[in-house]
Write a protein that binds this ligand. Sequence first.
Ligand SMILES: NC(=O)C1=CN([C@@H]2O[C@H](COP(=O)(O)OP(=O)(O)OC[C@H]3O[C@@H](n4cnc5c(N)ncnc54)[C@H](O)[C@@H]3O)[C@@H](O)[C@H]2O)C=CC1
Ligand SMILES: O=C([O-])CC(=O)C(=O)O
Length: 401
Amino acid sequence: MEANQRIARIAAHLHPSNVQPNSNDPLGFIICYSMIKRFGGVDDDGVLLLRYGVLNLNVINGNCLILAEMEGGSVLEQTNCRAKGGAPGFKVAILGAAGGIGQPLAMLMKMNPLVSVLHLYDVVNSPGVTADISHMDTGAVVRGFLGQPQLDAALTGMDLVIIPAGVPRKPGMTRDDLFKINAGIVKTLCEGITRSCPNAIVNLISNPVNSTVPIAAEVFKKAGTYDPKRLLGVTMLDVVRANTFVAEVLGLDPREVSVPVVGGHAGVTILPLLSQVKPPCSFTKEETEYLTKRIQDGGTEVVQAKAGAGSATLSMAYAAVKFADCCLRGLRGDAGIVECAYVASQVTELPFFATQVRLGRGGAEEIYQLGPLNEYERVGLEEAKKELATSIEKGVSFIRK
Ligand SMILES: NC(=O)C1=CN([C@@H]2O[C@H](COP(=O)(O)OP(=O)(O)OC[C@H]3O[C@@H](n4cnc5c(N)ncnc54)[C@H](O)[C@@H]3O)[C@@H](O)[C@H]2O)C=CC1
Ligand SMILES: O=C([O-])CC(=O)C(=O)O
């Protein structure tokens, strides 16, 4: 029997969750190691013993094997397949999965019933995080990917890519101070997306979001894969904070409060629209000033409290999952999902702006206008736009230069 026929026969006997096509080789398959063992095991020389005969395999330590080009020596690669799933759902990749945000985000996404496959990519420690999270008895299959050579494999076939990769702030820094390092990281990761999953929804967390989203857009434009509806800067943490702080002032449960936060994600560009809070309410001048400042400085509050050990990670992971879940429900076709995000926009004269958007199968399918603003918010809007314009231009010229 031809080697490829034998591989196909092995594959045919496995549950679909244990076998998938190898995107690098049309005749190859990726098969879970545990299944290989069930079919007879691999001896010390890497010979796979099967009912159907013997395949010579070059085993690389790991849990998952890629079978390809079986004649004239085999090619196997590790992809760290640990769990089995098979439930219908979406394929999600987290880039920067071993970081302060990445780890709790990965854990929470593993708990999300809409996720069937979870790819965890980082340049360090992703095998450890993957092994750890893969023991959770939830449905999603988890696979780990380490370092740039595995970026494309991490991204292949993904429906949603969440990016918390990059350095965080230390006290005294602005988010813009992170541009130098994070701009290049975001560029590299987005280039991977253009190659491996150009139709995926992208949730960009890496700071400075006001600039990294324009960077991503330029990378996608350059590759001819740009769909503005599918690129979303994550500003959900501003909304989460606003809901919490407003609820404190009003003496309400934060889950009952909804505050639109528009503009961008840094300092004065974070503009909470307190005149549009639900349930409808009013604030004194002092309350308005206190709340606006606290929401705008929420990130700095955490950076200072962590005193050099990074910025918000746990609340950010919570916010990222809340937002990702909305994106997945939108992809599923659920109606009426509206959240704030930093997107390509015509709401103001700026090319990017955060507002409420309706999430659907295509991503941000509808972008809502700002609605009526009071005088305090109109002044804030002008200030926000000035700073945003500079940050957007900085991101665009990073790629165009
Ligand atoms: N949008 C938002 O609301 C928020 C954004 N952030 C931002 O998120 C980013 C990550 O923050 P943390 O998780 O606290 O930082 P962290 O340093 O704990 O984790 C970052 C991870 O990114 C990885 N990484 C670095 N270069 C990479 C590359 N080229 N490819 C893949 N992974 C790479 C690192 O190895 C590390 O595991 C920061 O830029 C931070 O400012 C943080 C909080 C809120
Ligand atoms: O403040 C930071 O550097 C991290 C961040 O974006 C936030 O917590 O909102």
